[in-house]
Design a protein around this ligand. Structure first.
Ligand code: ZN
Length: 345
């Protein structure tokens, strides 16, 4: 397990919100993970559940004590999505406080339940193999494909599964006397991603949907056949951009993201992210103007060839989501030659 000297900063922001900002060294660029404690009409609502590495856990519980809050005082924990840096402590929290309600979107739960059940080991590996085969058709080498299988077979084993008390759906509301939290399903970074909106204060807890400095990865690493039949998320970038508009229309005052800085100009930040994707769509489109290339080659030309392994996967995944978006608009075509898929505009 990771062992680091973790930096942390626990502070109160805007009266009702305590931020637990704790180092996340393995992932460059994200640099730390934030959990929030929202006080709403006498209830304590935790947004996300961080990492379960022991040093990280210690920092979180020490932070709670600093603010004189016991784990038993926590009423809810709402998880924004299924990634390991957002659900790490759910099991520990539930063990320490069985009355605390854990909430997450149905898709997030389906994915975690499916991928962490040892009965499904064979199916998980099969899905990882299919993903690798798809990526090889999209231009990566066989060796990289093997690494994808290893990564996605083992990745889910890092998750500490705990059955949620309530499954969330788009537009669900959680009532707190005169105030309520609204759940907005925001697929894109993850299929079962939600944002949480405090209606009275106009606070938006955005998970990884909206970050202050980088745009979250929007990709095609989706393996669970169970939810694929229920939702067709092929054009995931379209879902993501639509859910940005839904958030913008809520007119949030402050956005509290799970990484990076608090956002005090939500509308401007949303416009920046949309513009960023627009530029990326144009750039990708112009790289393949009358010049058919595989998504892997496009990702090398767009993001460079010196990327780390994980960033190579993220880059190709990101390129594919943009190509599929353009394909749905009829702006690019795909060709198949010798078992490889090429796109051209
Ligand atoms: Zn994250």
């Amino acid at each position: 397990m990771f062992k680091f000297d973790l930096k942390s900063e626990i502070s109160e922001i805007d009266n009702n919100v305590i931020r637990f900002k704790i180092d996340f060294p393995p992932f460059e660029g994200l640099s730390f993970v934030c959990m929030y404690l929202l006080k709403i009409n006498g209830s304590n609502v935790l947004i996300d559940a961080g990492l379960h590495f022991s040093d990280w856990r210690k920092k979180f519980f020490t932070g709670l004590k600093e603010f004189d809050i016991s784990v038993k005082d926590l009423d809810y924990c709402i998880v924004t999505h299924s990634h390991i840096d957002h659900i790490g402590l759910i099991k520990t929290l539930k063990r320490k406080n069985p009355d605390m309600q854990i909430l997450m979107h149905k898709i997030a739960h389906d994915l975690i339940e499916w991928s962490t059940d040892v009965k499904n080991n064979f199916e998980v590996e099969k899905s990882a193999t299919e993903l690798a085969e798809r990526m090889i058709r999209f231009g990566i080498g066989v060796e990289k494909g093997d690494r994808i299988i290893q990564f996605f077979t083992n990745f889910y084993r890092l998750i500490n599964y705990c059955k949620p008390d309530r499954l969330l759906h788009d537009n669900d509301e959680i009532l707190f006397n005169s105030n309520k939290l609204k759940i907005i399903w925001t697929p894109g970074h993850a299929a079962g991603h939600v944002c949480i909106f405090d209606i009275n204060n106009r606070y938006l807890f955005s998970g990884d949907h909206i970050l202050s400095r980088i745009t979250p990865h929007i990709g095609s690493f989706m393996m669970n056949p169970a939810f694929k039949s229920e939702y067709d998320l092929t054009n995931i970038l379209d879902y993501y951009l639509n859910s940005l508009d839904i958030i913008d229309n809520l007119n949030p005052k402050i956005i509290f993201p799970a990484h990076q800085e608090v956002i005090y100009n939500p509308h401007e930040r949303i416009l920046e992210i949309k513009k960023h994707h627009d530029i990326r769509l144009h750039e990708i489109s112009s790289i393949i103007k009358n010049n058919p290339l595989t998504p892997f080659r496009i990702s090398q030309l767009h993001f460079g060839e010196e990327l780390s392994e994980i960033n190579t996967f993220l880059a190709i995944s990101e390129v594919i989501s943009h190509l599929i978006y353009l394909e749905f608009q009829g702006k690019v075509k795909r060709l198949e030659k010798n078992g490889r898929i090429y796109f051209l505009s």
